[in-house]
Design a protein around this ligand. Structure first.
Ligand SMILES: [Zn+2]
Length: 86
């Protein structure tokens, strides 16, 4: 079977996120974006590894994207611990 993945497809590797919590270059704090659009800090991804997942269902713990604070004007707030991600 020869399946071509769409150009935007990127596997979300949560282990990679937790071992590299800061973007390089720049040193920006990385974070996960959940299916409800909320941000989740790396610490909460690590501490809730039983809840977070990257496949169905959409229960608010599904990670749909990764980003870092270099892409935002205001530091996002973690939806779980309510701390500013920085
Ligand atoms: Zn958090």
């Amino acid at each position: 079977m020869n399946t071509t993945l769409p150009w935007w497809y990127k596997t979300i590797d949560l282990r990679e996120l937790t071992t590299h919590p800061y973007a390089w270059p720049g040193g920006y704090a990385r974070y996960a974006i959940c299916d409800d659009g909320d941000a989740l800090c790396v610490k909460c991804v690590e501490e809730n590894h039983e809840e977070v997942h990257t496949d169905e269902p959409n229960d608010g713990w599904r990670i749909v994207a990764l980003d870092h604070t270099g892409n935002t004007d205001e530091p996002p707030t973690c939806a779980h611990c309510n701390k500013e991600i920085q």
